[in-house]
Design a binder for this molecule. Structure first.
Ligand code: BGC
Length: 441
């Protein structure tokens, strides 16, 4: 059987990052304050270190260029831009503009996210995304930022994974350490839906007034593939319910203005179209035991114990496409593989299925460009194509980075690159889980 394949003409390969996960520095943000709480971050690391990208961004852009990467998803850190309510830091905005300009000069296309899990602490104190009236502050920040970047960037993501942020904060009570509350989880999702729709309209209007006709906006929708753990009816209901609450209901409301219980139309949006492309972040499959989300045993897993199930990406993309047939961008896909033992296979397996499918996939952004601060897990989990030694901040290309660069050059995978990079890779089964290893230490 041939292992080689070619991407469709025009298909784009890029990499993704998020500001708070790579920039480092003393920034008055929710994640800075959360990192200060003893025990909040699994390995005791702090968001203030990360990759020092704020200072080292030119080195990182040079690496992108060396690898031939022409598509880069990044985010702005609102906490840097508006450190005090109503007070904007023009130098921070200029610095973001310079970074983006440098990429444009090298022909690197930027896909820009306005909220990727981090925001100013003053906003957190106001209740962040629990209150609809707080959306105005977000819109003000977006508009201010557009003055600095709108001429350089045409593709935008309003908000990254509203479902993940809401669930980790209020359903599991893990991020920011609030009391668990299903009510607040849903409320936050509702505010995010309204925020997305209003930001979508704002970005379009802003660029239209300045004569740009190529604006494309979406939100990065985290899709998990839910499957019933057994054929028992309650496991099947569990899969349907989780899939609706976490994904389909949120997608219908945010993308089309179609609301059904328990989603609420806080912005009084009309039915319509509020995305210009489908933007999906996909990592793993979850098995439902009643309404619990578990991981099956004896399946391939990454170092955090997440199942590797490439078919799930296609199935979830198909569902979204059935709801709204638009071009599909995989805005994140990747794996925690601390030794870089199986990442090339993970990438290959997902891209191969995407290429073979009937769906209009137009781009793939690998998560992540660099090993980075993995939220509450800290520096323990390495998702990068590029290794980072956090002590020295030295960047080293991993084997997967070379594979990625080769795929970009070949616009696909050749037999020889398959043999060199993918063939030697093996997935783990149950024996590896870095969180467990860490607890044993
Ligand atoms: C998030 C990233 C995160 C990645 C791996 C995604 O849900 O958008 O910020 O690092 O998953 O956990």
């Amino acid at each position: 059987m041939t292992r080689a394949f070619q991407f469709n003409p025009g298909f784009q390969l890029g990499v993704a990052t998020a500001a708070a996960q790579i920039e480092g520095g003393k920034v008055d943000s929710n994640w800075f304050h959360f990192s200060e709480i003893p025990g909040a971050i699994l390995d005791g690391s702090h968001v203030k270190r990360a990759n020092q990208h704020w200072e080292l961004y030119e080195e990182d852009i040079a690496l992108l260029n060396e690898l031939g990467i022409k598509h880069y998803r990044m985010s702005l850190d609102w906490a840097r831009i508006e450190p005090e309510e109503g007070v904007f830091d023009e130098a921070a905005l200029e610095r973001y503009r310079t970074e983006i300009q440098k990429m444009c000069d090298l022909g690197i296309h930027v896909f820009l996210t306005f909220h990727h899990f981090s925001h100013p602490q003053w906003f957190e104190k106001k209740g962040a995304f629990l209150h609809y009236e707080n959306v105005d502050a977000f819109l003000r920040y977006v508009e201010k930022s557009l003055h600095y970047v709108a001429d350089l960037v045409s593709d935008y993501c309003t908000v990254n994974e509203p479902n993940v942020y809401a669930v980790n904060t209020y359903f599991f009570g893990e991020w920011m350490r609030y009391k668990k509350s299903l009510r607040n989880t849903l409320q936050m999702m509702n505010v995010f839906i309204a925020l997305h729709i209003r930001t979508y309209e704002l970005i379009h209007q802003f660029r239209k007034e300045r004569g740009y006709t190529n604006t494309r906006v979406s939100f990065a929708h985290h899709v998990r593939h839910f499957t019933p753990a057994t054929s028992w009816p309650h496991d099947q209901w569990g899969a349907r319910l989780l899939s609706f609450l976490f994904q389909e209901g949120l997608f219908r409301a945010s993308a089309k203005g179609e609301f059904s219980y328990p989603f609420k139309n806080l912005a009084n949006a009309e039915k319509g179209q509020y995305i210009d492309f489908i933007s999906l972040n996909y990592y793993s499959r979850g098995a439902t035991r009643c309404f619990q989300d578990i991981t099956l045993s004896d399946v391939p897993k990454n170092d955090l114990g997440w199942e590797i199930y490439p078919e799930g990406l296609i199935e979830e993309a198909r569902r979204c496409y059935a709801l709204l047939p638009l071009p599909i961008v995989v805005s994140e896909n990747g794996c925690c593989d601390n030794e870089d033992l199986f990442r090339p296979r993970y990438i290959y397996d997902h891209l191969r299925l995407m290429t073979k499918s009937e769906l209009p996939f137009e781009a793939y952004y690998h998560w992540c460009f660099l090993d980075n601060f993995e939220w509450a897990v800290g520096e323990l989990a390495r998702f990068g194509l590029v290794h980072c030694d956090y002590e020295t901040q030295k960047r080293t290309l991993k084997k997967s980075a070379h594979f990625y660069a080769q795929m970009i050059r070949d616009h696909g995978v050749t037999e020889s690159s398959y043999a060199a990079y993918v063939e030697p890779c093996r997935y783990h089964r149950d024996e590896v889980n870095i969180v467990r290893d860490y607890e044993v230490d």
